[in-house]
Write a protein that binds this ligand. Structure first.
Ligand SMILES: *[C@@H]1O[C@H](CO)[C@@H](O)[C@H](O)[C@H]1NC(C)=O
Ligand SMILES: *[C@@H]1O[C@H](CO)[C@@H](O)[C@H](O)[C@H]1NC(C)=O
Ligand SMILES: *[C@@H]1O[C@H](CO)[C@@H](O)[C@H](O)[C@H]1NC(C)=O
Ligand SMILES: *[C@@H]1O[C@H](CO)[C@@H](O)[C@H](O)[C@H]1NC(C)=O
Length: 177
């Protein structure tokens, strides 16, 4: 016991370090996407957002990021009817925060409809997004087909279990000492 204990605990530390490193490195594989609406054009007039959304897969847990001129446009979530008619009288949610940079979590598997009021919707400033359940863990990595300018962010969904696992490992490690 005494003879091996010094060697044993440093081996344990090394193993733990490798494990934690591996977990931290592995987390990005299960990541969500933050979609910048309109890519480098942003949220503005003269962009056809139906075309922008075409071929993209929006998954539960992703975000939409609206970047726009805060003095002119806004971002309202409406229902399907109001999306079609550009009616901003009774939005389901007003996502406008005032900085012209608003993040909307797509955290329910359903259709989402967004418009800009102040007349812009009539000019085409509206977007409908179909949110699907995330695909099963990567097989040949179908996620790479995403275009536009998404950036990966960890979701609490995945970070929390990782933190928990690290915590339990740490407990086990302390008990081992
Ligand atoms: C959208 O809301 C309006 C007003 O509340 C309502 O008249 C309309 O039926 C709703 N449409 C849908 C598809 O729920
Ligand atoms: C949405 O919220 C913003 C910021 O609170 C506010 O200035 C704006 O008037 C609201 N728009 C609508 C249509 O409610
Ligand atoms: C989705 O996000 C909104 C805004 O953060 C929140 O109010 C709502 O409770 C969330 N819904 C679910 C099902 O997590
Ligand atoms: C956007 O493009 C789609 C498909 O080509 C077309 O059906 C739609 O009318 C366009 N929308 C606007 C606002 O021009």
């Amino acid at each position: 016991m005494e003879r091996g204990s010094g060697f044993g605990s440093s081996t344990m530390v090394a193993a733990l370090a490798v494990l934690v490193f591996a977990m931290v490195v592995m987390v990005p594989e299960v990541s969500a996407t933050r979609w910048t609406v309109g890519s480098n054009m942003g949220w503005t007039s003269n962009v056809n957002y139906t075309i922008w959304a075409q071929g993209k897969h929006f998954y539960n847990g992703d975000w939409l990021f609206f970047v726009y001129d805060r003095n002119q446009m806004d971002i309202l979530e409406v229902n399907k009817t109001d999306y079609a008619t550009c009616n901003s009288e009774h939005p389901l949610h007003n996502w406008t925060r005032g900085a012209g940079r608003d993040v909307v979590p797509l955290n329910v598997t359903r259709d989402y409809y967004f418009i800009s009021s102040k007349g812009f919707c009539y000019g085409g400033m509206k977007i409908a997004v179909h949110v699907e359940n995330p695909p099963p863990p990567p097989t040949t990595s179908p996620l790479n087909e995403k275009s536009g300018s998404p950036s990966s962010i960890f979701t609490s969904q995945y970070v929390l279990p990782t933190v928990f696992v690290i915590g339990s490992l740490w407990d086990a490690f302390l008990r081992f000492l």
